[in-house]
Ligand binder design. Structure first.
Ligand SMILES: C[S@@+](CC[C@H](N)C(=O)[O-])C[C@H]1O[C@@H](n2cnc3c(N)ncnc32)[C@H](O)[C@@H]1O
Length: 221
């Protein structure tokens, strides 16, 4: 890991991606009006108890929380954070929003009943460290509810994702299309109790790189 990046993680900050933050809602607009409604209702709408959202972006999940006053949303990118705060303010959603990276969560052990992640484990710099932090802050009976695009389950798709990752990372605010998040979750000490796989059509670029997508629930072992 580069020294500057290590320092950023230690300090919990991030320089940010101004252009990506500015176009993110536009890029997602069609999906948000169609299938992401059902996805966010299922992943976010079933959050229970004290809830942490990691990498909340512009706050697209905020309207779906059943009890926003029990939610702490975190986001390290200052440009995303600004938009998330504005959305919460304009919509009158009373959740707490703080600047933090998933690799260094500023909360005591066992402080949340639910952790929410939507398209975040593809973007974090150190996915193993982020998963260890999520596990640390989750209570033993708690659950991680997630929706992520993940590594292809067949060779050619995975190879295409590996090939495009450097460019995609640069274009997509640090996103890695080739992460095998379910496997990493199990390695980090989670038991996946639900996993639904979605393959968006058509299977051509750029959709090819962000499929399959998985909706899941994982619990600490
Ligand atoms: C593709 S966006 C998803 C945003 C939001 N979760 C949503 O559902 O629309 C990925 C988000 O992860 C954030 N992110 C990047 N690195 C992160 C890190 N190390 N810890 C937490 N979030 C991070 C980005 O700033 C961005 O907001």
């Amino acid at each position: 890991m580069m020294v500057g990046l290590k320092l950023e993680i230690e300090q919990g900050v991030m320089e940010g991606h101004k252009c990506f933050a500015a176009i993110y809602d536009f890029l997602m607009a069609r999906a948000e009006k169609t299938f992401m409604r059902a996805i966010r209702s299922e992943v976010v709408g079933k959050a229970r108890g004290r809830t942490l959202e990691i990498g909340c972006g512009t706050g697209a999940s905020f309207p779906y929380y059943p009890d926003p006053s029990a939610v702490t949303a975190t986001e390290p990118d200052p440009f995303m954070l600004q938009r998330a705060r504005r959305r919460a303010r304009l919509m009158g959603i009373p959740l707490t929003i703080i600047r933090a990276r998933a690799e260094l969560l500023p909360f005591p052990d066992s402080s949340f009943d639910t952790v929410i992640s939507v398209f975040v484990f593809c973007s974090v710099q150190d996915v193993r460290r982020s998963l260890a932090e999520v596990r640390r802050v989750l209570r033993s009976h708690g659950e991680l509810r997630f929706y992520e695009h993940v590594r292809y389950d067949h060779r050619w798709g995975a190879l295409a994702q590996d090939a495009v990752t450097p460019l995609w990372q640069w274009l997509g605010g640090g996103c890695h299309p080739n992460r095998d998040t379910p496997r990493l979750l199990e390695e980090a000490g989670f038991r996946i109790v639900r996993l639904e796989v979605f393959k968006l059509d058509p299977p051509v670029p750029p959709l090819l790189f962000i499929r399959p997508q998985v909706l899941g629930v994982a619990r600490p072992v």
